[in-house]
Design a protein around this ligand. Structure first.
Ligand code: ATP
Ligand code: MG
Length: 327
């Protein structure tokens, strides 16, 4: 079985963008691939996090994986910080990464724009992400298309290491959904939907109550026309909503366009809201059960053990190749 690995930052509440762009594919891939899914809590602190919230959000990410359908007996679910090899390989790869490569990263530019002080970790983050992936001989990384650039750097670092020290790392590929690889903000279709956006109206959280979801969708920005037509260039807002609809109702874009021909945005938005609620409500119910069952830490401990066994082996190989004394 090919190895799959991916993660989400506990930097806020998971959104519908995280679900459509990545989590839905996690669930799909678990039965055909050897899967590792983590909450990347070391990445979350590249922007300031309150300790209490970080812990709560880390647990929430793991519990949402399970609630969305990840079976912890099939896939390995763990917290990045519980496997120290991530931070260690992260450092080794940071020394192999060029400043110029990091300076080109659009996520760094976006997240640092307008900030008075920016932590160095926000800048070096892609090297740690490369370590996360390369530690596990990962073949496929299910992510949204905002991660394309980071993945490309991961591949470059793997090549660089292999060339300098001999064949060590598997070169990973991205795995993206056909529709919805980049879900946009509800209030501004030029920005991607992000859980760290301070405006909660810009995203749908996976744990938003059904009425909140309905309200957010009814308030979602649209153009002044009335045609439900997929045209990302000229109608980015409506096209974004169509993508969400397609993923939540399991319909094609053409089917949705035909269904709402001549009807305007009203009926479309109403049905869209119900389609989103129908996907998220059962996940929310399972989430509540998982949080109250007290089994989460046992699952994470089991995940930690499995992940560490893999990661430590690879780290040892890497250190030997680089010339470290491995005792
Ligand atoms: P943050 O604002 O803290 O960066 P985020 O919403 O971007 O939060 P991440 O934890 O950075 O979430 O990313 C988790 C996964 O979700 C990644 O695979 C990423 O590509 C995917 N993803 C994030 N935002 C979107 C989006 N708007 N559409 C599709 N996929 C997304
Ligand atoms: Mg992000």
């Amino acid at each position: 079985k090919l190895r799959v690995l991916s993660g989400m930052q506990p930097s806020g509440q998971l959104t519908l963008g995280n679900y459509i762009g990545a989590l839905k594919n996690y669930v799909k891939l678990q039965h055909t691939h050897d899967c590792y899914f983590m909450a990347v809590d070391l990445h979350a602190i590249t922007v300031p996090q309150e300790p209490e919230k970080l812990k709560e959000q880390s647990e929430a990410v793991a519990a949402l994986y399970l609630a969305a359908g990840i079976d912890p007996n099939v896939a390995t679910v763990f917290l990045q910080s519980t496997v120290p090899a991530h931070a260690e390989l992260g450092w080794l790869l940071t020394t192999l990464t060029y400043m110029g490569e990091l300076e080109r990263m659009t996520q760094f530019k976006d997240k640092s724009a307008g900030k008075e002080s920016v932590g160095a970790g926000l800048f070096t983050y892609p090297s740690l992400m490369a370590a996360d992936i390369l530690l596990y001989d990962t073949a496929l990384v299910p992510v949204g298309d905002d991660q394309t650039q980071h993945l490309e750097l991961t591949r470059d670092l793997a090549h660089r290491f292999n060339q300098r020290y001999g064949d060590t790392f598997t070169i990973p590929k991205g795995y993206f959904p056909e529709v919805g690889a980049r879900i946009m903000s509800l209030d501004d279709a030029s920005k991607k939907m992000s859980k760290s956006n301070p405006n909660a109206g810009s995203y749908i959280a996976m744990l938003d109550a059904p009425d909140v979801i309905r309200k957010k969708i009814s308030r979602a920005v649209t153009d002044s026309g009335r045609e439900v037509k997929f045209d990302p260039q000229n109608k980015p807002e409506v096209s974004n909503l169509i993508s969400i609809y397609a993923q939540c109702a399991d319909k094609t874009i053409a089917e949705i366009e035909a269904q709402y021909e001549g009807q305007g945005y009203g009926p479309f938005k109403k049905d869209l809201a119900e389609a989103v609620v129908a996907v998220l409500e059962p996940i929310q119910q399972r989430y509540a059960e998982i949080r109250s069952s007290g089994e989460l830490y046992d699952i994470l401990r089991q995940g930690q053990e499995r992940a560490a066994a893999q990661a430590e082996q690879m780290l040892k190989r890497v250190k030997e190749k680089m010339g470290y004394v491995v005792l």
